[in-house]
Design a protein around this ligand. Structure first.
Ligand SMILES: *Cc1c(COP(=O)(O)O)cnc(C)c1O
Length: 456
């Protein structure tokens, strides 16, 4: 595995990210060097992958690199045979750099710079999306082997991050685009959509799958050979999300069987981002400064909270770093105290601020916390999606380091999956996870049918 040894810890079964955090906190607490850090539980990513294959057996996931492009995540997904949704030259370079084949990449950005289209052409990345005429002309001049996927707009009104305001052709524009592609000799091979990130309306998937069927029909009128349906991302990545992944899968599967039955021989792919990484990352930040603000008011009805003062805490990661998700992803991260407070400690209304000199750099306010001290730690769960991905070094503060943890059992499962996806030389049968009877419970489970096929 390519992950650097220093950042990568193999852990025993039963490990929780919190154990590794404790260990790191213990180590650094002997020193003054208490930088913020992430613990990434790659076992959680493995579990998500197995769950995806089980819940959506006809769908091949192409992980959306923009959600979290950290090397450990990308590498473990590549090892397990996932495909990748890349949106730029750099993302293509990243996944090709670890050996991902170009067939396993979709360049899923409908509006691309010409030099980057040329780069895709040169590196053999042919599958790419479009939603407008100008893109088609650019493709016809710069990428003769392109296999285009038409991105259609969706009703994303019930998603926290709307994407159809920017991308996606309305259904009524599709006929014209398909005709133009024909005239320009540009091959169109499929349809994609994205219901918006943080989608709370699973019906949006079923509706878009039905719409995609209409576009398939139109495309075949123009002689396009349609073979790919891409159902995008938008799947939840945490247990506490409004709608559960399984509920979405339970709507998608019958819609696929209705509009794209197996007999249609259409390959179905998805572009999950958040789903894979949100719950795998936990963040520990350290209090670097503190300010008490005396309040004029006194005498409160609420006996639990001392209103004589509020406390401002300054920690060593903020909205210009990992907490950019507050602005870019509408997130509301909630801290967990590292040290358990005793029940009789007074509680103060508190706020949390990042380390930069900008007043905008506020992580949370109106938190009811016991008094904390410089050097204390605060922990945040579910910090894997759209966090490290867009963090900057504004004001000279460095990006937060990631410690990867790989449970031994999950690692073994990855090795099994690897063999499952790649036919071993000299073997007649291909054993893919889709055809194996996976049994996935909360603790990782091994695909026992793989063992009985004699492949291992
Ligand atoms: C952002 C994005 C994704 C990933 O979305 P999630 O909601 O994180 O699953 C997938 N496809 C495209 C085209 C995207 O822009």
């Amino acid at each position: 595995m390519y992950i650097q040894e220093s950042e990568f810890t193999m852990v025993e079964e039963g490990f929780v990210a919190r154990d590794l955090m404790e260990e790191i906190i213990n180590d650094v607490s002997q020193t003054d060097d208490r930088d913020a850090f992430f613990v990434a539980d790659l076992g959680d990513v493995v579990k998500k992958h197995l769950r995806f294959l089980k819940a959506l057996p006809r769908v091949k996931p192409f992980y959306a690199v923009k959600c979290n492009s950290s090397r450990g995540v990308v590498q473990i997904l590549a090892e397990m045979g996932a495909g990748f949704d890349c949106a730029s030259k750099t993302e293509i370079e990243l996944v090709q750099g670890i050996g991902v084949k170009s067939e396993h990449i979709i360049y899923a950005n409908p509006c691309k710079q010409i030099s980057q289209i040329k780069y895709a052409a040169k590196s053999g990345v042919n599958k790419m999306t479009f939603d407008n005429e100008v893109e088609l002309s650019k493709i016809s001049r710069n990428h003769p082997n392109a296999k285009m996927v038409l991105r259609i707009a969706t009703d994303d009104s019930k998603s926290s991050g709307r994407l159809s305001v920017k991308f996606g052709a309305p259904l009524k524009a599709c006929r014209h685009l398909l005709e133009m592609a024909k005239n320009l000799n540009v091959e169109v091979i499929g349809v994609s959509f994205h219901v918006g990130t943080g989608c709370s309306d699973p019906q949006a998937y079923a509706q878009s799958i039905a719409d995609a069927r209409l576009v398939f029909e139109m495309a075949s009128e123009f002689g396009h050979k349609m073979s790919i349906l891409d159902i995008g991302g938008g799947f939840p990545g945490t247990e506490d999300s409004k709608i559960r992944f399984q509920e979405i899968a339970d709507l998608i599967n019958p819609a696929l069987d209705l509009y794209f039955p197996e007999s249609s021989a259409v390959d179905i792919i998805a572009e999950p981002g958040r789903y894979y990484v949100a719950s795998a990352f936990s963040l520990a930040v350290n209090i670097i400064a503190k300010k008490e603000v005396q309040m004029e008011t006194s005498g409160s009805d609420d006996e639990e909270i001392d209103l004589n003062k509020t406390i401002m805490y300054y920690v060593n990661d903020g909205v210009y770093g990992s907490f950019n998700c507050i602005f870019f992803d509408h997130a509301h991260p909630k801290p967990i105290l590292h040290k358990k407070p005793s029940p009789d400690q007074p509680i103060y209304s508190s706020s949390l601020w990042g380390p930069t000199c900008d007043g905008l750099d506020k992580i949370a306010e109106h938190l009811n916390l016991p008094e904390l001290y410089v050097g204390d730690w605060l922990l945040f769960n579910n910090m894997g999606a759209y966090t490290v991905a867009a963090s900057s070094t504004f004001n000279g503060f460095q990006q937060t380091r990631i410690h990867y943890a790989m449970p031994r059992g999950a690692w073994a499962a990855v090795q099994l999956l690897k063999r499952g996806f790649q036919q071993p030389e000299g073997k007649e049968t291909v054993c893919t996870p889709m055809s194996c009877g996976w049994e996935i419970s909360d603790s990782l489970c091994f695909p026992h049918t793989l063992t009985s096929t004699g492949i291992i």
